[in-house]
Design a protein around this ligand. Structure first.
Ligand code: ZN
Ligand code: ZN
Length: 284
């Protein structure tokens, strides 16, 4: 893993939004992020990535996201306990700690008009084992409920849990606006999400060599339902896979998306910008 920053890509012909980023997280989960937030935002703006949705994944991260959105005009925030965080809190602090954490997420979600989303929530079978699943599902349901009651966008993390995510969405009822972040399914799963009203957000993974089923999902998605994200500092697009990701690398992903779909690059960027406002609201 190299800390050397990939070169700056050619700027986009029309602004887009990176709708899922972790400006506060370092690549290995320890220590400081590779970039200062202001520096990372400025680098993104310089290539046409004018706005960013900052996602907080635990209580400190959620508090940070709210403060960052209040401070930086280019940011709005999402707050939640990540699917891997809920079982961890339960194990460390018991039921009372998890209840208190959900309460604080709800309070933070309503704390500022620039908090637009509840997420990332959802399910993760990759990092959380069977013993953590019940807490994960319950936490997902709680977040769906918070999003609906506060009229926030629901941002879903789905890692190897496609069917289970749809089961929860179907039993809870989909919220008004919801996003499948780092969409990782094939065309059939894309249709199932689209039928239920989701926006599909594509990350650097869509540029990976072995991602042909994912690229097919991208090709069949209607242009008014497609979003782009980094999930930085993770999931750096090709040809820089393995390095630290940042929002200024979004043009690499968008260019691949336009080529795959046969879309004009400027038109796809304009659509992504408008779709992000439809998903998260405008005015920022
Ligand atoms: Zn995620
Ligand atoms: Zn994320």
């Amino acid at each position: 893993m190299s800390d050397e920053r990939p070169p700056v890509p050619e700027p986009l012909p029309h602004p887009v939004v990176d709708n899922h980023c972790h400006l506060d997280i370092s690549r290995d989960g320890r220590g400081a992020a590779a970039w200062d937030a202001r520096e990372a935002i400025d680098a993104a703006v310089a290539v046409g990535v004018r706005r960013i949705v900052q996602i907080g994944c635990d209580l400190p991260g959620a508090r940070w996201a709210v403060a960052a959105a209040a401070e930086h005009p280019e940011l709005v925030a999402g707050v939640a306990l990540h699917p891997n965080e809920a079982p961890r809190i339960l194990e460390a602090g018991g039921r009372a700690a998890l209840e208190a954490a959900w309460d604080e997420i709800e309070q933070l979600a309503g704390a500022h008009p620039k908090v637009r989303a509840v997420g990332e929530t959802g399910l993760d079978a990759f990092r959380t084992g069977a013993d953590g699943r019940a807490a994960q599902v319950e936490s997902f349901r709680r977040h769906v409920d918070i999003a609906k009651r506060l009229d926030k966008t629901l941002v879903i993390h789905d890692r190897e849990t496609h069917d289970e995510v749809l089961e929860v969405i179907d039993s809870e009822g989909a919220p008004e606006r919801w996003v499948m972040h780092c969409f990782s399914g094939d065309a059939a799963f894309a249709r199932a999400c689209l039928d239920r009203g989701a926006h599909l957000s594509f990350a650097g993974t869509v540029t990976f060599k072995n991602a042909e089923p994912l690229r097919e999902a991208l090709r069949i998605a209607p242009r008014d339902r497609v979003l782009v994200e980094t999930d930085a500092p993770y999931l750096t697009p090709a040809p820089h896979r393995g390095r630290t990701n940042a929002s200024y690398l979004v043009p690499l992903t968008v260019r691949l998306m336009a080529a795959e779909r046969g879309d004009d690059l400027g038109e796809l960027c304009a659509a992504i910008d408008a779709n992000t406002e439809a998903a998260f609201g405008g005015g920022w």
